[in-house]
Write a protein that binds this ligand. Structure first.
Ligand code: NCD
Length: 304
């Protein structure tokens, strides 16, 4: 039995296969409509979510399966003090697969160690968010045709943003990847990413503060929200929240085929006028997120 805790749990070949399945699902949805008949997905979300939880649920429903779960810690027995280890033992009796989001780093891993069904990490604190990364990889591969030889700018909250940490971790295995980290001083990538992932693998990167300075060199711009819920004080959040706002004017500095991704939700960091630009692909990214989660459920349930 396999779980998904980090994008590295799959080899590059396995990721390719997963994306191939997701592409096939996009083209032939009806072929997959009953593959999970009789199967149940549990979504255990101890932290707010719209996209991730609903896209897991929609993925399972599109496969013919059913869903149950809870959308906040308050509405589960966690509010009575039940541990994640106990909860997953219970869920294992009710469902065939579980997607779990938790504010504590490593909580889904603890659950996986006690679980008799596959557990998917749907985001753990500021740590990892592997299914968002699968979504991002699939978006880039589908729209750019490949995952090699690219300059990728990551902009915003690189300190607390788990989508950023997971994506860097996944992209380190591709060739010719060049990172540009765009953030205020206070929200730079954590040291462990710099030393354990980038330096260790000789991956070229630079860190800058101004987005305009690097816009012309980027093939991908990955915008992120400042992670308010992980700040220690509101003052810092308020000072930093509007540090970057991507506007039409800034888009004019970019390559004609640059693509803007965002894991969403967006707050102010991308002005709505940019939505009309064909290079803004964040809503398309959401669609890919459902297909790749369908492929993931089928793979972990060993149905493909
Ligand atoms: C992200 C997350 O939860 O980390 N959202 C998502 O799942 N698409 C990004 C965010 O909340 O900023």
């Amino acid at each position: 039995m396999r779980h998904l805790m980090s994008p590295l749990d799959f080899s590059v070949q396995e990721l390719d296969k997963l994306m191939d399945i997701a592409e096939d699902i996009e083209k032939n949805q009806e072929k997959y409509a009953h593959m999970c008949d009789g199967k149940i997905l549990a979504t255990c979300f101890y932290e707010p979510s719209t996209r991730t939880r609903l896209s897991f649920e929609s993925a399972m429903l599109h496969l013919g399966g059913q869903v149950l779960g809870f959308a906040s810690a308050d509405s589960s027995s966690a509010a009575k003090g039940e541990s994640v280890s106990d909860t997953i033992r219970i869920i294992s009796c009710y469902a065939d697969i579980c997607a779990m989001r938790h504010p504590k780093e490593g909580a889904p891993m603890v659950a996986a160690s006690k679980s008799t069904i596959p557990v998917i990490n749907a985001g753990d604190g500021g740590h990892q968010h592997p299914t968002q990364t699968l979504t991002d990889l699939m978006t880039i591969r589908s729209l750019k045709g490949q995952l090699n030889n690219m300059t990728i700018g990551l902009c915003g909250d690189l300190k607390f943003g788990r989508t950023v940490h997971s994506l860097i971790n996944a992209l380190k295995r591709y060739n010719g990847i060049n990172f540009v980290f765009i953030s205020p001083e206070e929200l730079k990538i954590p040291d462990y990413i710099r030393s354990d992932i980038l330096d260790k693998n000789n991956i070229p990167y630079k860190e800058v503060i101004k987005l305009e300075d690097v816009m012309p060199e980027l093939d991908i711009l990955y915008m992120t929200r400042v992670q308010r819920e992980r700040f220690f004080n509101e003052e810092d959040y308020v000072r930093l929240k509007d540090f970057y706002i991507l506007t039409k004017d800034k888009m004019e500095l970019a390559k004609k085929d640059m693509m803007v991704l965002h894991p969403l939700p967006r707050v102010n960091e991308i002005s709505v006028e940019v939505d009309e630009d064909p290079r803004a692909v964040y809503f398309k990214q959401v669609q890919y997120g459902m297909y790749i989660r369908m492929a993931l459920i089928l793979t972990l349930l060993e149905l493909v």
